[in-house]
Design a protein around this ligand. Sequence first.
Ligand code: TTP
Ligand code: MG
Length: 348
Amino acid sequence: MDRQIIHIDMDAFYASIEQRDNTKFKGKPVIVGGVSDRGVVSTASYEARKYGVRSAMPIKVAKRLCPNGIYLPVNMEKYKKASRQIHKILSKYSDKIEPISIDEAFLDVTDKNSIMVARSIKKDIQKQTQLTASVGISINKFLAKLASDVKKPNGLTVIKKEDAVEFLKPLPVSKLWGVGPKMQRELNKLGIYYIGDIQRYDKDVLVSLFGKRGKEIYDFSFGIDLRPVEVDNVNQSIGEEETFLEDISNSKDLIDKLRLYSINLSNKLISKGFLARTITVKIKYVDFTVETRSITLNIPTDDEEVIFETSKKILINKFNFDKEVRLIGLTLSNLIYPDDPIQLSMKI
Ligand code: TTP
Ligand code: MG
């Protein structure tokens, strides 16, 4: 039996929250992002997008395009609160939920009427958060995500199995899952620009050129995607590690790595709606010996500064550097849901 997958993506998420909370901003171009002139745009309201303002654009450029826009700093706590409210609403409709960013999630609703569920989710979100979501429905994650993007803002789009190949045909290859700028250039070199070009291409040649990725791209181009909706589990841990190309002896490079890991892991926690209590730093030395040291916090966190400062403290105070370092890793464990007081009090 075909699956029924829903993808939810909030509309101009940070900017919509600011417009909701200040009536003066309604209907106006609102740009949320770094406030300094070196900052970048996190997101722009749909009114601001008419001027060409986009996520990741330098604020300086945005100000040139939209000098009369309302420029606001990022207020993460507020956005996280809305994200948690949305998680909670979604959990009413399915046990199979996979949050993929602060404002996006997949739901597997195979045993339900997906259109009714999608309408009901949109209504609940509107009522409880005064925000709008765009929803896509299809037989797998790849198509559901494309569907939610078809009619933004406030859309609801279904891509039926029998329409998938035609729907995909005119889209640029960059719409395929995992095709970034580098892969796109590789494909362009082969004369492949649109998904339809892949549909007509020889599968074996793609596999010989790109291995497993070649097969995936070929399958995606026909709307085939067997990946399950992956449900989160608070018992898991999340982490990052990297082996250095050259062994490292100065602590500054190690600290730089920890800062990068902290930013990435904080974002991951926020997108999943978790807080972490235990922070672990792992080091592998040139002689391949491995050491790990941890700190467990009294107050669980998803804050990148707290994660970074704690990991730095662990690195400086709990390791000795008489040998060069090959690899450094950072892991967060003891994960909890913030609005779960029973679990919280049990673990403290
Ligand atoms: P998106 O869902 O990509 O964008 P959006 O919700 O603002 O707009 P859309 O209606 O097109 O979905 O990202 C969600 C939030 O994540 C966004 O409001 C701000 C943040 N974000 C950044 O901070 N930097 C970025 O480069 C992007 C893309 C998003
Ligand atoms: Mg969004």
